[in-house]
Design a protein around this ligand. Sequence first.
Ligand SMILES: [Zn+2]
Length: 451
Amino acid sequence: MFKPLKLTCILIITSIMIAACGGQSEDSPSTTKRAKLELGLPVTDNLNVIIISFDALRADALGSYGYDRPTSPNIDAFAQESIIFDDFISAAQSTPTSFASAFSGQIPFRVFHNWKVEDTQTISKVFADAGYTTVGFINNLQLDPKRHFDQGWDKFVVYKVAKDSEVLADTQTWIKENRDKKMLLWVHFLVPHSPYVKREGSEHFYKQDYAGKFPETTTGKFTLENQAEVERARNLYDGQVFFADTLFKQLKDTLEENGLMEKSIVFLTADHGEEFMDHGMVQHTSVHREVIRIPGILHHPKNTRGIRSEIPASNVDLLPTFAALANIGFEPVLDGRNLNKPISPDRIRVSQSMTGAHDRQIAVYQGQHKMITICMPGFSEMLYNVEKDPLETTDIILDHPAVATALSDHLALIMGGDPCNQMSAAANGSLPEAGLDEETIEKLKSLGYLQ
Ligand SMILES: [Zn+2]
């Protein structure tokens, strides 16, 4: 069903994708020879939007993103009738910053200050203003209403101590009672986030003779000291992903039984991924691919074909894209893009890791390049060619200083000043205004950053 990903040539898969091929030089981050990409989906009044997210689900832990273990049969079946965003990133590495961005369409430092979301336009407010019932069932205390994550939601349930099965049951009940309403529904499950619990039904992912430090589960925070521990943690995580897949099936069955698949966008995603010493870190600290590349699988009632899209996309795009597809007006957002309109393959995207006190990092992507700035401790930069080296193994910054300079300049423009200082000020709550002046906005438009 799916075409394998090719790195220098985007294939025509259906009429709604645009063909684009072209070589590119490494001297510049720009690859403007390639055609623009867009979804080209029909705009539909009264379209429901149902978002199902999983905590710490890295894209490449799913079969539909190339994983060779059978972790996700139900999600993969869903993907075969959906649009898979192959290059979909989170604007942040942690739960609160990722959601702040997904809700607002802006990168985290603009809207998440001193552990609170600013009062700003959000996806919930936009849909509520358009007459939608807006409901969230959220299994992660990081989205506490005290941090203002509940702004715009008619009902926003954040679970203190709950199993995902309880979240599922509550959501199913709500759907049955409210299926005729026009809805924006966001369901967030805590799996596969740590502690990685040994799951019934996932036995085939575990080594039966295992005798190390994680017999039944990891702790919430843990370290991995050797390859055997890395392997055990990954096996337990894969079992968690398999469990997440069963939750997804049950929820999708409920959507089908209540006639919602025919009148809703159903979008599967995550807040961020998870790392297993891929770059020397565990859980989700860095802005490397294993943490930042998340699943983005979009089912639209007018498209039931499996399509793999190479649009450079981010979770800041959810608000502008879903509002536009449902024909709802909204104020332009600074960072997010409507993916139903043409997007250049040279689009600049940013991800930020700002919630750790000692691990602040920023990634900026353009075309074949990704640069990572480590803000603390000290300061360093790495550059990767993510088309030739998708796993980000070889730092090429010394060979391509002009590319690094261009990306640094773009980032400073987008962030309205020195990126590390701006992010630090935002984290400390001393950056009350993170908007941009008119001149900067014009420059960003000419760079193609703004739509
Ligand atoms: Zn999370």
